[in-house]
Each structure stands twice: as C-alpha cells, then as structure tokens.
Design a protein around this ligand. Sequence first.
Ligand code: 4AD
Ligand code: MG
Length: 452
Amino acid sequence: AKMRVRDALRVQDARGECVTVQGWIRSVRSQKEVLFLHVNDGSSLESLQIVADSSFDSTELTFGSSVQVQGQLVKSQSKRQNVELKAEKIEVIGDCEAKAFPIKYKERHPLEYLRQYPHLRCRTNALGSILRVRSEATAAIHSYFKDNGFVHIHTPVLTSNDCEGAGELFQVEPSSKIKGPKESFFDVPAFLTVSGQLHLEVMSGAFTQVFTFGPTFRAENSQSRRHLAEFYMVEAEISFVESLQDLMQVMEELFKATTEMVLSHCPEDVELCHQFIAAGQKGRLEHMLKNNFLIISYTEAIEILKQASQNFAFTPKWGVDLQTEHEKYLVRHCGNIPVFVINYPSELKPFYMRENEDGPQNTVAAVDLLVPGVGELFGGSLREERYHVLEQRLARSGLTKAYQWYLDLRKFGSVPHGGFGMGFERYLQCILGVDNIKDVIPFPRFTHSCLL
Ligand code: 4AD
Ligand code: MG
C-alpha cells in the first residue's frame, strides 16, 4: 500500500509490511554492501531511511531526484529512527541535475539566498518547516474561532471601499477595456481589499461573533522586514462588546491558544526554526506564553519613549504615530512581554474608531498589540456605534455619501461592537523568530517584486 513518510515513521511495531513510498531524495550514502537513502515527501521534517543492497544501481539515485520505493517496513537497527524501508524496487521518476540545482547537497543555505528561488526553496528543511507551521497555524486559528462560537465569513477581495483610508489601494480594471459605452468594469472605482473589517461589521450585526482570514493588499512603498504588498489577515468582529478589555482578552487568547496548538501539532518544525533560524527563540516564546500581556496607554507610551529619546532616529511626540523603533523599544521596556497600547489620538486613526468620552481628550478606543521582534502584530478598536457621532465624523472626512450603508447599520438595531486584525505573517515571524516577513509566506509580493 502507498504510505506517506510521516505515517511510515509513526509505525511503532514494524513487521515487514509491504509499502510504497514516493518522494524526493534528501541524502545518499553508499557503502560497500549497502546503500542508504533518505526520502522526504513533505509530510514531515524527518525523512524515511531506505536501505538497499549493493545490487541497486545508484548512479541515478541522486540528491533531489524523485523516486518511488517499494519494500518492507522493518524495525531499524539504528537508534536514530524507529523504522526503515528495506527496498525491493526503486524507481527514479524524475532525475535531478545536481550542477544546475540551486539547492546543494548537505548545505545550509541562508534564507536570503533561497528567496531567489520561490519555486524550489520549499524543498529545503527550513522552508518545509516554516510552511508546515503556517498550515498548522491556519487550521489552529479556524479551530479557535469555531470552538468559541464565531461564524466564518468570506469577505470580498474586490471592494469599492477604502477601509483604512490610508491611500494604499491597488485599483483593479480588466486588462483590456471592455467594449461599450461604460468606461470602467464596475462603474465605480474598485480595489483589492485592504481589510475585511467593514464587511465583518455588517455580519456581526447578524451573527454577533464573526471572523475572516484571507488575503489583503496594500500598495506600501516599503522594503521593510515586516511589510508585504499581499499578506493574510485574521480579523474578528464582536457585537455587544463594551470595553477594550473584552477585545484584548480575545486577542490574547487567540494568540496563546493558536500557539499552543501549533506547538502540540508540529513540535519538530517549530524546534527546527528555533534551533537553526532564531537561536534562543524557544525561551522567548515560552516567556510570552506564560506571562499575562501588559497594557499601557498611548500617552504613557509617549512618556516612556521621551525618557529614552536619545535612542531614536525619530523623536517621539504626542499626536505622531509610533515608529517601528519605538514599538520595539516599548516591548523591550516591558521585559519582552507583549504589550497592548490603547487610546490613540483620534487624528491618527480611521473614521470608524469610537471616540472616548472619558479619559484623555481627543482619543479613540483603539488598541495595538506590540510583540517582541516584530512590533505591531494586532490592530483593533471599538467601533463608533452612535449614529450622530459617526455621521459627524464621516461628514468631516467627506465620506458621508460613500458610507450611507455603514451609517444604516447604526440606524437599524445598532449595538456597541469592536474587532481587530492580526497580520498572519507577522504572527509566524513572532512565534518562529523569522527576521524577514518574505520567508514566512510561500510567494512573497513586495515593491519591485512579483515573482512567478
Ligand atoms: O492595523 P491594521 O491596518 O488594521 C486594520 O486593517 C483593521 N481594519 C483591522 C480590524 O480591526 N479588523 O492591520 C492589521 C494588522 C497589523 O497590525 C499588522 O500586523 C498587519 O495587519 N499588517 C501587515 N502585515 C504585513 N504587511 C503589511 N503591509 C501589513 N499591514 C498591516
Ligand atoms: Mg495598525
């Protein structure tokens, strides 16, 4: 029977079962009497050891080739693995030209080098582990929300709104103008979504607790280690939420529950990242998981930063956005425990955030979660649910006409509500300790780069 490598490796008490395994050769070791191969099919970090006798012709069995091996699954003599496959038949499916293959046998290539080969880098241990963790984390996030009574919503990728109002939209038109009197396909400007939040707000007005998890797009002219033009965002929206406290609790729980699930489902993959990609990350992650996240206000954050302003290229100032260097400093200042920063100046934030009645003047009930190594991981807020307040804010920004439907939500059974978005790639960077965001997404898109 055909078997995946992962399942073969898990057989506790192998007794010569006849199995067929398919995959790519990760190592070849030829001795006088025997030939050892390691075959990997991407189902696990570990490869399956194949033992063949010297009657097999090894010339075609080279690193990177795809093979099908038929044989008997037996207990291994060596302590390094449980089982091995005693080969009876080895077929090369596709050979691999070693000279031209950018991945070299027995070499640990830097992630930066591998980035040049988005079509081949998934064959390495490092990218294999990262992308398996990505897959497990995706499933964990869905299961967290399912277990907690959230309905999953497919929010649209094409939209006519600019949720964040930050002017980072990709506009969409058909590649060749359609025939007819109309100039544009939708008659209104259409964009790739920057956030599904506004659509989620519609849905939280019916399902109470909703989430979405999909691609979002931002034309950010930034070559940073934490920005992409296409990234995945996890967004939740919750009705009948009256305080940031309630939101922060969900954010912290989502982070911790997801991470615990990932750690239990693919410990070897996480371990590989912690060992070879970010030495020391294991302790840092445990530290994050076992401590309660901290909370400070934006105003307090500015005070803390002002005390240390000699450290920064940008001088911190109330009313100005926090820079990455400020965010990283704040996290260190908080002992490398994730920290929520709340109540930002209104002028820094989009129209939908709820104005604070008490507390510092001219602030909104916004919350960002800052984490070690990355800085901002989550952004969220209470939403302005009061019809007249929202009406005034929209009018001030000249958005009244475009957001009539959004105002409607405040007219027909409005409720206090709030939500947040978590950058999924930044989450992976944070738990795995991967320095560059381009290494945690299969096919990164960023300024001047859209390979494949
Ligand atoms: O803070 P942001 O812009 O918040 C929103 O879009 C809200 N509408 C979300 C909501 O409340 N439903 O983005 C949320 C998160 C950021 O904290 C960051 O982690 C990530 O998305 N992010 C990016 N990740 C990678 N590349 C980019 N260009 C990103 N821009 C934001
Ligand atoms: Mg933000």
